[in-house]
Design a protein around this ligand. Structure first.
Ligand code: IMP
Length: 514
């Protein structure tokens, strides 16, 4: 072991590197300059770790972890249930947008939470007199991906279960549930654990086991496929809560909008809510944050901000996480139409410096264009990155396809664009505007179709890990601590991109910016 690799040598070295980076940013800041992604690169450092040993687990907020530090944006062309499910399966988290009504938004969250269940605490039950046709219609309407429904009597006692077989063999959909259901149900008591539930299901060849309390009422449900997946470790890379359900977040506004949404979201076991506004350092956000923290046991992330003083105010008000970014977004015109904002890398550095003192994780929201921007955001202090554009146009993002000059595109629009604000209260509230005489702060457009999210994320994570390897960082916390920056010139930027070549084959992780 060399002197630098001894524990005390390492921590001395870390302190020196932190001081060096602080020096870099304070020199820039003292000149009244702020930097963004294209202005900087990370410098390489001695690496003793192999890429396979790099750990990219992180935190989105104080109590909500991430297996990969990627969050999908709360935008109506980026994150609805399908995106949230897929990104959580890949280890990140999705934020369901708030251009839904509070009911619709809670239903989207429920879809994510019910998608993969260890223990389903509140399984879907139907009254025994409901017709099979009604149950099937409800299943289709709510887009439930499962087939087992518990059947109860008027006193909410379990009387049977409707399984896939029962549906498959039923030819008359006007029949009542009680005429079709399987009556001999193997049940267990509420305290049963995952392994024991698995054993009972296997022994009895049952695909589901309802938990029933002393009064005969339903107290939960385990399903075989989910329990098996959890126990066999297939879901190791999934980002799940303590009950084995996929994690999901949702955006809320301020005051009444927030309270109405939180009430419903908490009922669906939301992991975290985000007070999602264009100006997070405001009375409405701070008061709403304090009230939610007082009345609910849920993590609250607040934003957006770009100044260290704003970070301090939100941390003091009880935020469990901060979202940084005022104007970096690819669809954002705020900096142009309002003249405000701070280039993103400096904003991340300054805000995270303050948030660290409070132990509050920071998410860098918007403005990322390439996978290399992820290690830069984290090197500047972020715990995670939120992406709109880089995840829009995937198979899982909502929105229509468009064809343009033979190429397939998907729509991508700002939540403060004219279209989004004209049709949605949630968008208007994010930008604090009424219904008439709108002043948009975003654009509507389209991005090339990118294919399945899994392939896209593979490249982003690949880029992050390569960056960490070059820096010599084995963990996200390491990268946050030891990353060093250089400022580059326009010539340096031109040199960084491919040049002096006619590209004949596209790479999956590089598209020339228009
Ligand atoms: P992108 O990843 O660069 O496309 O930026 C996405 C981020 O931009 C979102 O997470 C929001 O914070 C922000 N954003 C979304 N819609 C608008 C808008 O209309 N104007 C300004 N910022 C927006």
């Amino acid at each position: 072991m060399t002197q630098n690799e001894s524990p005390s040598g390492k921590s001395r070295d870390k302190r020196r590197l932190v001081a060096k980076r602080d020096g870099f940013f304070s020199k820039i800041g003292n000149q009244g300059i702020a930097l963004t992604y294209d202005d900087v690169r990370l410098t390489t450092g001695y690496a003793s770790i192999l890429p396979d040993n790099i750990n990219i687990e992180s935190k989105f907020s104080k109590n909500v972890g991430l297996k990969i530090p990627i969050v999908s944006a709360a935008m109506d062309t980026v994150t609805e249930a399908q995106m949230a499910i897929e990104i959580a399966k890949l280890g990140g988290i999705g934020v369901i947008h708030k251009n839904f009504s509070s009911q619709e938004q809670a239903a989207q969250v429920a879809k994510v939470k019910y998608h993969l269940n260890g223990l389903i605490e509140k399984p879907i039950c139907f009254d025994e007199n409901t017709s099979i046709g009604e149950i099937l219609a409800s299943r289709q309407e709510k887009d439930f991906g499962f087939h087992s429904f518990l059947i109860i009597d008027k006193d909410h006692r379990l009387t049977g279960i409707l399984t896939k077989n029962d549906f498959d063999f039923c030819e008359d959909f006007s029949l009542r549930a009680k005429q079709v259901m399987t009556k001999r149900v193997i049940t267990a008591s509420p305290g049963i654990g995952l392994r024991e539930a698995y054993r009972v299901m296997k022994e009895n060849k049952k695909k589901a086991i309802p938990l029933v309390n002393n009064a005969g009422k339903v107290a939960g449900l385990y399903t075989f496929s989910d329990v098996k997946r959890i126990l066999s470790g297939d879901s190791k890379s999934f980002n799940v809560d303590k009950n084995g359900r996929l994690r999901v977040a949702a955006a809320i506004g301020v005051y009444d909008d927030a309270f109405e949404r939180v009430e419903k979201l908490v009922r669906e076991k939301i992991d975290l809510v985000i007070i999602d506004t264009a100006h997070g350092d405001s009375k409405g956000v701070i008061e709403t944050l304090k009230i939610i923290k007082k009345h609910y046991d849920v993590d609250v992330l607040a934003g957006n901000i770009s100044e260290p003083e704003s970070a301090e105010r939100l941390c003091r008000a009880g935020a469990d996480g901060l979202k940084i970014g005022q104007g970096p977004g690819s669809i954002c015109t705020t900096r142009i139409i309002a003249g405000i904002g701070k280039p993103q890398v400096s904003a991340i550095y300054e805000c995270s410096k303050v948030a660290s003192k409070f132990g509050v994780p920071v998410c860098a929201d918007g403005g990322l264009k390439f996978s290399g921007d992820i290690p830069i955001a984290i090197g500047a202090g972020a715990h995670s990155v939120m992406m709109g554009n880089m995840l829009a146009g995937t198979k899982e993002s909502p929105g229509e396809f468009r064809f343009h000059q033979g190429v397939q595109y998907k729509v991508y629009r700002g939540m403060g664009s004219l279209g989004a604000m004209e049709s949605n209260k949630g968008s208007r509230e994010r930008y604090n505007q009424g219904k008439d005489d709108l002043v948009p702060e975003g654009m509507e457009g389209m991005v090339p179709y990118k294919g399945p999210l899994k392939e896209v994320i593979h490249q982003y994570i690949g880029g992050l890990k390569r960056g960490m390897g070059y820096v010599g960082a084995g963990t996200i916390e390491d990268l946050r601590t030891i990353a060093q920056f250089v400022r580059i010139t326009e010539a340096g930027k031109a040199e960084s991109h491919p040049h002096d070549i006619v590209i004949t084959r596209e790479a999956p992780n590089y598209q020339k910016q228009q």
